[in-house]
Design a protein around this ligand. Structure first.
Ligand code: NVA
Length: 314
């Protein structure tokens, strides 16, 4: 049986592979790309809304010569209308890969376990690894070397924060997160991040004070306080996250010229004030556009191998 590569967590790429995929994304951006997905079909299985992820994946798949089949919230009913196992077995017979955005990361793990084709995480409650790859690409384009930089994340210890925390040490970056009490990144993720790079110069810290977190940071990152699926908590979260808005005053406490990043969509007036994405130090739109460039390299890495010819028995 041919082994497959899934990309469910940013840690599914080794540090060397992370660097390699970012470098390849830059190369494809500069020199163009071939048709490594020629004749391949990829299912996009989305349980949550999407703008950037869906469009960038569909466009990227087509640019690489492949075809995409979009399955939206109403269609599959992963684990509700049909068990994940059955969906996995059925899709394996139709497509060469699955890009899935799900509520439960466990469903993604189950999907990957029971399909014979690679599965790419397009956001789960636990991680958003494709976003992190685009973010690292963006930082490398603006700052040159990634090694030695510090990324400060201000806000919820959520999926975006976790993938960044685990991705940063793979490329030699330090990571600090400031969250209100009760919203910190879990201790296991922090420990796992520390274990990804034992260099003394790579530090992984969690704290409550955003002013301390941004000190010495070359990148200041924030995300929504209320992720998809947590809408019922929005009011409580708005109260609990008061003081965690990344505004020009907080950004000015980071390194001079520090990048402001946000994965979008933005809840203006909450994690960022209106106009913040047009701040001279903001690279948020560039970051959004890099989803396409990073994902082309991810797709090529995971699915670009030659198609295995199935043996025909007569
Ligand atoms: N943390 C956000 C990211 C959106 C791209 C969410 O999960 O809704």
């Amino acid at each position: 049986m041919v082994s497959k590569r899934d990309f469910l967590s940013i840690t599914d790429f080794s540090p060397a592979e992370t660097v390699q995929v970012i470098a390849r994304a830059r190369q494809m951006k500069a020199e163009g790309w071939g048709q490594p997905l020629a004749g391949k079909h990829i299912a996009l299985l989305f349980e949550k809304p999407s703008l950037r992820t869906r469009v960038s994946f569909e466009v990227g798949i087509h640019q690489l010569g492949g075809f995409s089949v979009y399955l939206g919230q109403q269609e599959v009913g992963l684990g509700v209308r049909e068990p994940v196992y059955d969906v996995a077995r059925v899709l394996s017979g139709y497509v060469d890969g699955i890009v899935a955005r799900v509520f439960s990361h466990q469903h993604l793990v189950e999907l990957a376990r029971h399909t014979t084709v690679p599965v790419i995480n397009a956001l789960s409650d636990l991680e958003h690894p494709c976003q992190t790859m685009a973010d690292l690409l963006t930082i490398s384009e603006h700052k040159g070397a990634l090694e030695g930089l510090k990324l400060a994340f201000v806000g919820d210890g959520n999926n975006v924060a976790r993938s960044l925390c685990l991705g940063a040490p793979a490329v030699g970056m330090s990571f600090a997160i400031a969250s209100p009490a009760g919203y910190s990144l879990d201790a296991d993720s922090l420990l796992q991040a520390r274990q990804r790079n034992d260099s003394k110069s790579v530090q992984i810290h969690s704290m409550t004070d955003p002013h301390v977190a941004v000190r010495g940071a070359g990148v200041v990152y924030t995300d929504t306080w209320t992720s998809m699926g947590q809408e019922a908590e929005a009011e409580v979260r708005r109260r609990d996250f008061r003081g965690y808005t990344v505004d020009p005053a907080l950004l000015s406490q980071a390194m001079p010229g520090a990048l402001f990043m946000h994965d979008m969509p933005v809840h203006y007036g909450e994690e960022a004030p209106p106009g913040m994405l047009d701040h001279p130090q903001s690279v948020a739109f560039h970051q959004a556009h890099n989803r396409l460039h990073a994902q082309r390299a991810i797709l090529e890495f995971i699915l670009g191998q030659p198609t295995t010819l199935r043996q025909v028995r007569v």
